[in-house]
Every structure is written in C-alpha cells, then in structure tokens.
Design a protein around this ligand. Sequence first.
Ligand code: LLP
Length: 427
Amino acid sequence: AQHFIYQNDVLTVDGVPLDKLAAQFGTPLYVYSKTALIEHFHQYADTCKRHETDDIHSLVCYSVKSNSNLAILNILGREGAGFDIVSGGELLRVIAAGCDPRKVIFSGVGKTTEEISLALKHDILCFNVESFAELQRINRIASEMGKKARISFRVNPDVDPKTHPYISTGLKENKFGIPFEEALSCYEQASKMTHIDVTGIDCHIGSQLLDDSPLLEALDKLIGLYDQLAQRNIELQHIDIGGGIGITYDNEEPVAVPEYLSRLFRKIGEWKNANYPGKPLAIMFEPGRSISGNAGLLLTQVQYLKTNSDKHFAIVDAAMNDLMRPSLYEAWHTVLPVVKRNGSALTYDVVGPVCESGDWLARQRKLSIEADDYLAVMSAGAYGMAMASNYNTRGRAAEVLVDNGQVHLIRQRERAEELYALETIVS
Ligand code: LLP
C-alpha cells in the first residue's frame, strides 16, 4: 500500500496531512507510519511462516540500529519480532520497549566485558561472535557467571554484495567476521569450551542489496560449512543470513522480499531434506532498512532561498546532523514539497544550516518552492534519526508516529539545556 501520497496537492501520511504535523510539532520532524512498519515486517514474517515446516523454523530479528525508537521496537516486538543488536545500549532499549531479550541476537566486532555480562544476565538468544578473542572473553565471563553462552560465528563468506563500499561488509578485507578458512578450527575449539553452547552460524555481507544472488551465494557457503561441521559432529541449530534487502530511494528496483525468501527457503528445504531430514533448523534474518526505511520521512521547512553566482540554494532547517546519509555516502533521498505549488520550478541544492560544505540533503532538484514552505525528505526511516548527532549544538529532531488517523509524539525535540547537561565548568 502507498502510505505517503498527495491528496488535493498536500502530501499525507496514511491520510494525515504533513503540513498539519509540521505546524503542530515544528520542524525538523521525523514522521513514521505504523501501518507501513508493520506491513514491511510482515513481508518477512509472513513469508517465513508460509515456508515453515515441522522441522524448519524462523525468526526475524529486526536490526535495532536502523531505527531504535522505543515505540518502534515495541510495535515490532508485539508483531513477534526478535531483535538484532550491536551494543549494550540497544539491549537496554529492547528491554525498555517491553520486548523479550531472549529473542535478541548480539552482533558487532567490539563487544565489551560489560556488554557481554549484561547480555548473559538477560539470557539473550545468541552472541554472533566475530573473533576468537571475543569467544574466549565470552567463555570466561559466562564461566564467572555460572552460565552457558549460546554462540554463532559470523563468518565472512567473501562474496561481493555489489553495494556502496561503506556498507559492504562481507569481503575478505573487511573488519567483520572471521575468515572462512578459520571457521572450522574456531568451531572445533568453541565446541570444547565448557561455558559455550555452539548453536549457529551467521553472516552479513552488506546493506542496501538490490539483488538477492549474493545472499544466496553466501547461503551456499554457510550450508557448506554446516555440512563440514556436521561431519565433525558439531550440529548447528540455526543459520542466520544477516541483513535484509535494499529499498527504493530513487528508481532502484530491489528484489521483492517474499521472492528472495522463497528462493532462500527452497534452497534450504532441498538441501535439508536430502541430508538432514527431520533435524530441526531455524533460519534467522536481521533486516533493518527494508522494515524502517520507507516507513518514515524527515519533514523540514525552507528558511531562505538564495542564489550564489548561478546556483540556487534552498536553505532548510534540517541538516547533516539530522540526516547524515547524503553527506556520508552521497546518498539520494527524494525531496517532495508538502504542499504543491504551480509556480515555475528552479533547480536547487537543498542544504542545511550547519557550517560545512558537506551539509546538504539533496542536490540539483527541480522544485517550485518559496521561503517557509515545508519539504519532505523521503525514505528517511532507517539510519536517519538513528545516526543523528548534536553537531553545532543542534537538538535532535522530534519523532511522530501516525497510527491510522492518530498521531503520537514518540520522541520529544531535544532542548539545548539537555545537550550540555552532562558538562562541567572547571574553575
Ligand atoms: N545485521 C548486521 C550485522 C548489520 O551490520 C546490519 C547493518 C544489519 C543486520 C541490517 O542491515 P539492513 O537490513 O538494514 O540492510 N548507515 C548505513 C547502513 C549501515 C548498515 C550497517 N549494518 C546507511 O545509512 O546506508
């Protein structure tokens, strides 16, 4: 369904006009559609359900880093989601959102002692271990706590995800995971550790993948390792294929999630029926962007229009601190006027007030706008607010959730006093 559409030339979110929201809550403002969020989650969950059998189960672990607002975690938790986290802070968010820590998997290359203890205390589902040193640390902490830690190794399948180099993570030269060739020996050593329970294997090859063939190729490699481990009597209970499919920002055409999942489950079903009939196996996913990305937008207001030599600038009240993706990756976000005008269009760079040339949200866009107009920066639900900073002592934007006709403020706008509240003057 279309959640962000024009009605009588006014852009709406599930029927709620965005100019009303901007006037009521101020700008910059993140706006999310609850129905979009739930719909996107169910593209995964429902397809998984359809492919479940007596011995093939699944768990969709929403990647908290893409958008970690408590309201969003809570909604997804109630729909049955598990969670993929990368810090102790994210674990505390999941718990604060009322969700079940026993459905949490913990990824990341640098888990600290404190984070591991916290995760063990809350009995998380699995640590996605990224190095042998980390495994040793987990074993030691688990032994001190008298617990057994469930672990999976994040292996690096060395496939090219064909995405932006900053968000591609499965190639040999990345810092992530353990090299494919070392996996067997890591598993063998792990299986002998007294406080480690080896339960799975995982990978994550990159983000914003439009094609699923690299993912299916990675799956083949994981299956190959599963077989080799089975021959050594190391029996895994789950396979976790990492993050989800990419989304449309401009005119990208990502493979449909149900199609990708169907291909994946077919592959797994055939292999498992042939080799391990009746043996239980869980398939796990860690999608973020494809759930939250196109469930949200960033609303901003034009402050000034100006022309330097022959370049037109729309200076808006949102900036790189609110949405870092354009500055960081030269990412494209569609910019739409909230209320359409008939006047003639000019080509603008849409820029923020931060004192950096890299502070732009969109470049060379044809827009018919005037000062004080509202603009919507689309597809900003993932890695938008989650990556926001306070650079230039700018309080982070407020966040609003539209639930059918109802509007809820799910995060207040930060005030300047809050930004320096933890600081001390030295006399
Ligand atoms: N699992 C792991 C281990 C990850 O590192 C990530 C994302 C995900 C799952 C979720 O991937 P997704 O389904 O969202 O593609 N800030 C960048 C994206 C960084 C992605 C980092 N890892 C951006 O704005 O494009």
